[in-house]
Design a protein around this ligand. Structure first.
Ligand code: NI
Length: 255
């Protein structure tokens, strides 16, 4: 069974054909998925979906791009939702220096507040990082995020940084980019990080793997990510499936 650890089935791109998308995922062998909410509407929709489908779980948090909009009420609401039995993580959270909607200092503050929250509710965290690797690593260390651990989502950094994150109790999650021909770093990460520390994801509807690059991504394509990792490590696909699924179950405390 494949476990897609990061999906946005709560995105409007799936409004028209969610049922078909889910059946294709099932056919491809995807048995579990975590629906990630990152603002009011996407969290509400994620909670609706996990109530409706037994094989879906939720992660709730606030995206760094919108950090400037997060109120104390939003944070309290996320903390309340954390006690729901199907909420298995807090996030996505982190830093995104690509877009300048939210100033860096506000992003950092909102990131730290969510790490504190995760420690209170004892759930792992899902990290979004865009062009902010060093600040992320520093904050995780300063805030003792190791205590809850979590996921470096759609990791695109070097194998060296990946190892630093693994040492801080984080899993490295690989997505579509590991299948791109020119993606040197994710391929190195796939080879150098032990399978026991890897997870797989689509981040759908974004970042579709080769040969679907540029199209809408969907959970069925997580198999392409697993196949690429199997090829890079020179091991059977089944082993990648089994171990990454065990890793996810353990991290999310499912079963
Ligand atoms: Ni995402």
């Amino acid at each position: 069974m494949l476990f897609d650890t990061h999906v946005h089935l709560n995105a409007e791109q799936f409004n028209e054909d969610l049922e078909e998308v889910i059946s294709r995922a099932k056919e491809a062998g995807v048995g579990r998925m975590v629906v990630v909410g990152f603002d009011r509407p996407t969290i509400e929709r994620a909670m609706e979906l996990v109530e409706r489908y037994e094989f879906l779980y939720a992660s709730v948090g606030w995206h760094p791009v919108d950090a400037i909009d997060m109120t104390d009420g939003d944070l309290a609401w996320i903390e309340e939702l954390a006690s729901h039995p199907k909420v298995v993580a807090i996030g996505e959270m982190g830093l995104d220096y690509h877009w300048d909607k939210s100033p860096k200092e506000i992003q950092k503050e909102v990131f730290r507040k969510q790490i504190h929250l995760a420690k209170r509710v004892k759930l792992p965290i899902i990290i979004h990082n865009r062009e902010a690797t060093q600040d992320i690593v520093d904050i995780l260390r300063e805030e003792g995020a190791e205590e809850v651990g979590g996921i470096m989502h759609c990791f695109s950094g070097s194998a060296e940084i990946a190892k630093e994150c693994v040492d801080m109790n984080f899993y490295i999650s690989l997505g579509g980019p590991v299948t791109f021909k020119n993606a040197k770093k994710p391929k190195e990460v796939a080879q150098e990080i032990p399978l026991e520390k890897l997870l797989i994801e689509t981040d759908c509807p974004y970042l579709a793997p080769h040969p679907n690059r540029g199209k809408r991504n969907e959970p069925a394509y997580v198999k392409l990510v697993a196949e690429q990792i199997a090829e890079l490590k020179g091991i059977p696909l089944e082993e990648v499936e089994n171990v990454t699924t065990q890793n996810a179950n353990k991290l999310f405390n499912i079963n």
